[in-house]
Design a protein around this ligand. Sequence first.
Ligand SMILES: *[C@@H]1O[C@H](CO)[C@@H](O)[C@H](O)[C@H]1NC(C)=O
Ligand SMILES: *[C@@H]1O[C@H](CO)[C@@H](O)[C@H](O)[C@H]1NC(C)=O
Length: 356
Amino acid sequence: MGKASSLLLFLLGFGFFVVTYNLLTLIVHNRSGAMSSSPLLDPVVQMPNGKTKAASTPAPFHVALTATDAPYNKWQCRIMYYWYKQKKALPGSDMGGFTRILHSGNRDSLMDEIPTFVVDPLPQGLDRGYVVLNRPWAFVQWLERATIEEDYVLMAEPDHVFVNPLPNLAVGGYPAAFPFFYITPEKYENIVRKYYPVEMGPVSNIDPIGNSPVIISKESLEKIAPTWMNVSLTMKNDPDTDKAFGWVLEMYGYAVASALHGVRHILRKDFMIQPPWDLSTEGKFIIHYTYGCDYNMKGELTYGKIGEWRFDKRSHLRRPPPRNISMPPPGVPESVETLVKMVNEATANIPNWETL
Ligand SMILES: *[C@@H]1O[C@H](CO)[C@@H](O)[C@H](O)[C@H]1NC(C)=O
Ligand SMILES: *[C@@H]1O[C@H](CO)[C@@H](O)[C@H](O)[C@H]1NC(C)=O
């Protein structure tokens, strides 16, 4: 029996509501010295523990995209894979192979279009309707069962579009991550301490990140993934934690799990942009289209109110968006215009776009 299946059996057999203390004592051996966070010298690249910035690691990384077989996930994956192929071929890219880790348990209609590895979903009920809890479990299974040539992995999501060739941003043993302004472990100290005890050091050891986008060595991810799964399920089962973290609970799960293993991340603000808030793609690597883009015809943002012009992935839950969606009005940020152009270019070139 593999490690992954014994972990799952453990969770099923004993329930995951066991005292977190047990989980933590098992991990403490790996703690690194507690250090206060370094002054923010570079506004874009923040190195952990005051290390000086270094060049990127010239080693290829595997792109790992976790997804389900829902139509909403499928059209996003097709666009994502299309742009991976375009940008991988360009100078400056350290992108290696690609795998869609399909965690709905069965093959689907994209098996021939996108390299795919099928893994099991969590047993029914365990995710309590929070589908993304399947992500850590998907990584545990994939890392255990797949042959991955590269030493590094990029954890990516379906609504990511590569806008520039992505180098390996991990440096000198430190993984690289995008810092999210809404992940604030210090604001939730009383909650976070249930999973990250005082002996481990200050709560500021927990990076303000989720699991994606992150470029990390396979070796570190193999250690973190089972803990990430464990911590996320334990958090989900604690009503106070569930209420405090809501839809970003699994991001805190990764942030805490990596801190428990003493892994700090290089925080890269240029890793990703999120239109409509970020205006330019220049020097950035990924466009994350998680927010709706709503504008009036004068090109003014009407966020929160349906715009005369809009692009929102959530308008396309059941089927793919049509090809050639209309360009935004003049005056919108370059990031929004580039996103729409890239979506249109991908859909124009992907065969059977609306029928598969
Ligand atoms: C998961 O947590 C349980 C207790 O909470 C612990 O016994 C088990 O070893 C943990 N597994 C991993 C891989 O962290
Ligand atoms: C896309 O739509 C525009 C109008 O919005 C039209 O002018 C153009 O010809 C269309 N392109 C294709 C390839 O269908």
